[in-house]
Every structure is written in structure tokens, then in C-alpha cells.
Design a protein around this ligand. Structure first.
Ligand code: C2E
Ligand code: CA
Ligand code: CA
Length: 389
């Protein structure tokens, strides 16, 4: 891509009128399955002489002048066309689209998207909108209404460049994000900066606890890919997988059905942490009942159904790929038993059972929890050894 200095807003407007903006697509890969799961649409200015201009050269000027609204609306129409071609090739793909702060200061973009979804020009499940936190910091009420509209339509919202803002956690808790996208600057320094390593590791764990999807962008090497996979990151994007490519090349890319390393190690690690957390919230629950507080109203009450806890959902969903492996088949019964003891304990607490009965159940819970976590740790070791072999 070339760098053109002194671009004027007039040239940008002419380029839009002459249909010189196109989308390039950068593939995203599921680290669980190793398969392509989507792409990010990234704008390019393709001049008639073949020169290609990067968004960094014109998006900031378009944003500061407000012309970005025109570009976004025009590009959304192109996205609809491209997206339908893409899902004809692979029905499971999700394409993300970048929006700017100003795109949510009025309802034009959100109502255009709503119209497209309601008229079946695209299915909400195939679209994700990426926003940086600055979108939210100004004109809060308008932005909130427009984002809520998208959320209610079933469109995923990703917080872009996560880790660079000042109030990311606060924003996450107040806005309807379904995905966080780790900033590529932090990701690229993962192998060399201890601070970035720690921020990324804890961000992945937090996303998991909040049941948010987590994407890492800027993955340039296999080492970074594998570190993130081990940490439990779910979706990968970066030059190591592919640079952004034209629609034609992206379709070719999808058709090749290439696979990247898939591994359950990150999921197993998360399951260990989840079950430590699960046992703690269960014991807290028993304590709160003994204080005569209503458990239904407490946040963090553990999931009793073993198919619905975070590990259970994975086990009966994506994890089925491991069916037939010894550890997979062996862990179901002890895991179910752990949940049964948990339920017995809550029921005993609710009927105000004698202390010795509660103490016995607590001991059984701890023993069963140690057994399940021990099994998970053995699997983690085994997978780690296999991936090094
Ligand atoms: P972004 O949304 O953070 O997009 C990711 C940028 O990182 C893209 O640059 C992508 O090509 C680049 N990238 C991806 N993987 C790697 C990697 O492994 N290493 C390195 N060094 N870079 C990687 P691009 O396409 O130049 O876009 C730059 C920015 O321009 C985007 O940052 C986004 O903020 C903006 N942009 C792009 N397309 C659009 C659009 O359609 N609308 C709006 N409003 N902004 C856009
Ligand atoms: Ca983006
Ligand atoms: Ca980004």
C-alpha cells in the first residue's frame, strides 16, 4: 500500500462518488477448531491507476470532517453484497465491520442496518460491528440508543483495541459488548513484555468469566498464536494467518479449507479455574443461606446443572470433538457427581440441616472437586506434552 500525503476531503468525496473504496478481508480463525470462522472487513482506496491507499491515510480526515458518515453508509451497502457471496461459500462465517464514533451520533447507520436485517438483505448472526471505546465516551445517550438497537437485532458488538483505553472494564460492564478484541500492539509484544503478557492473560480470564468472546489481532508468529491458545484465547487474527486480501482472494482462501493448530489446552485451563471459582461460590452460597439471605438474588450463584456450567457447555458442544479420548469419556461421571454434591449441599443448607451433615457434604464436595481438578490437570499436562512433541 502506498502512502499519499496531503489528501484533501474533496479527493475523498470524489473517490467515494467514483466508487474507488473497496473492502479487503482479513481472515479470523477459531483456535478451538483450527478452522476459519470469519473475517474483518477493512477499507482500501483503490485508485484507477492501481495504487492502493491505506485507511490510516484518509480515515482520520474523514472522521474529523464528519464525512466518515457518508463513507460508512456507502460501505455498508457494499458489505451486504460481499457478505452474501461469502456466506454462500461458508454459512458459518461472521464478518466484522468497523464503525467510527460519529457513526452512532445519529441513527442513520443503526436504522440502515435494521432495515437490512428486517428485509432479509443480511442475517444478523453473520454481522459483527467493531467499535473503539472512544465511540462511547461522547454523546452517550444517542450512542446508547443506537447500540442497543443493534444489540436487540442480534448483532454482535466488539470492543476494538481492548487494553488501550482508560475505562475498558467499566465500559464493558455497562454496554452490550459480546466480544473483546485485544489490541494488536499488546499482542505483538506478548513474547517480550511481561506487562503485556499479564494484561492479556487476565483479560482472557475476565472475558471468559463474563462469557464474552475474545479475539486477538496482530498475531504475526506461531509462537504468539500458541501462547494465546494456551491462555484460552478463542479467535485469532493476524499476518501469521493471512494479511487482509481482496474479496476474490478471500473466497479462494475459504475454499482451500486450510487448518491452523487447534488445541483444547486453553479450554482445560479455564475449566480448572472455573471449577475452583464454582466451588467457592457454592460455599459462599451455603454461607449466605445460613445468614438467611435469599440465594436466588445473589450474583455469582453457581450453575448446578453439569451441562450448563462453562465446562459443561464446552464438553457437550465443541468438546465433542474429543469424544472417544480416554480423558473425555472418564471425566463426565465425576464431573456430574461434583454437581450433584453441590446441589445436595445447597438443599441441605436451605432446609437448615444440622451442622455435621453440612460439614460432611462440604468435605465430599472438596474431595470430589480435588478429583475433577486433578483429572483436568492431567489432561492439561498430556496435551502440553503432545503439543511439544
Ligand atoms: P483496526 O480496526 O485496528 O484494524 C486492524 C489493522 O491491523 C488493519 O490495518 C490490519 O491490516 C492490521 N493488522 C492485522 N493483522 C496484523 C498483524 O499481524 N500485524 C500488523 N502489523 N498489523 C496487522 P488497516 O487495514 O491498515 O486498518 C487500519 C485502521 O483503519 C483500522 O484499525 C481501523 O481503525 C481503520 N479502518 C479500516 N477499515 C475501516 C472502515 O471500514 N471504517 C472505519 N471507520 N475505519 C476503518
Ligand atoms: Ca477493527
Ligand atoms: Ca484493532
Amino acid at each position: 500500500m502506498t502512502s499519499k500525503t496531503n489528501i484533501t476531503i474533496r479527493e475523498i468525496a470524489d473517490a467515494l462518488a467514483n466508487d474507488e473504496f473497496v473492502f479487503y478481508y482479513q481472515p479470523k480463525v477459531s483456535m478451538h477448531t483450527g478452522e476459519i470462522c470469519g473475517a474483518e472487513a477493512l477499507i482500501r482506496w483503490q485508485r484507477p491507476n492501481g495504487e492502493m491507499i491505506s485507511p490510516a491515510e484518509f480515515i482520520p480526515l474523514a472522521e474529523s470532517t464528519g464525512f466518515i458518515n457518508e463513507i460508512t453508509l456507502a460501505m455498508f451497502q457494499k458489505l451486504i453484497v460481499d457478505l452474501n457471496i461469502i456466506i454462500d461459500i461458508n454459512e458459518s462465517l461472521i464478518v466484522s465491520f468497523n464503525a467510527s464514533a460519529k457513526d452512532f451520533h445519529n441513527n442513520k447507520l443503526s436504522t440502515t442496518i435494521q432495515h437490512a436485517v428486517e428485509h432479509h438483505l443480511l442475517a444478523a448472526k453473520h454481522l459483527e460491528v467493531e467499535l473503539t471505546e472512544t465511540v462511547i465516551l461522547d454523546q452517550v445517550e444517542e450512542v446508547r440508543d443506537n447500540l442497543s438497537l443493534l444489540h436487540d437485532l442480534g448483532i454482535a458488538l466488539a470492543m476494538d483495541d481492548y487494553g488501550t483505553g482508560f475505562s475498558s472494564i467499566d465500559t464493558l460492564s455497562k454496554w452490550p459488548f459480546s466480544t473483546i478484541k485485544l489490541d494488536q500492539g499488546m499482542v505483538s509484544k506478548l513474547g517480550t513484555s511481561e506487562k503485556d503478557f499479564t494484561i492479556i492473560h487476565s483479560s482472557i480470564q475476565m472475558a471468559h468469566q463474563l462469557e464474552l468472546e475474545i479475539v486477538a489481532e496482530g498475531i504475526e508468529t506461531e509462537v504468539v498464536y500458541r501462547i494465546l491458545q494456551n491462555m484460552g484465547c478463542v479467535i485469532a487474527q493476524g499476518y501469521w494467518i493471512s494479511r487482509p486480501v481482496s474479496l476474490v482472494d478471500f473466497i479462494e482462501f475459504c475454499r482451500r479449507n486450510k487448518c491452523w493448530p487447534s488445541q483444547s489446552n486453553g479450554v482445560i485451563h479455564m475449566a480448572i479455574l472455573d471449577h475452583i471459582q464454582w466451588r467457592k461460590s457454592l460455599i459462599d452460597g451455603v454461607y449466605y443461606i445460613s445468614l438467611r439471605r435469599n440465594i436466588q438474588g445473589l450474583r455469582g450463584t453457581p450453575e448446578i446443572n453439569p451441562t450448563l456450567c462453562k465446562f459443561g457447555k464446552w464438553y457437550h458442544g465443541l468438546g465433542r470433538r474429543c469424544a472417544g479420548e480416554k480423558w473425555y469419556d472418564e471425566i463426565e461421571t465425576p464431573h456430574n457427581r461434583l454437581h450433584e454434591i453441590g446441589e445436595e449441599l445447597l438443599v441441605a443448607a436451605q432446609r437448615n440441616a444440622p451442622q455435621n451433615e453440612i460439614a460432611l457434604l462440604m468435605r465430599q464436595l472438596t474431595e470430589q472437586s480435588i478429583l475433577v481438578i486433578g483429572m483436568l490437570q492431567s489432561v492439561e499436562n498430556e496435551l502440553m506434552t503432545k503439543s511439544k512433541a
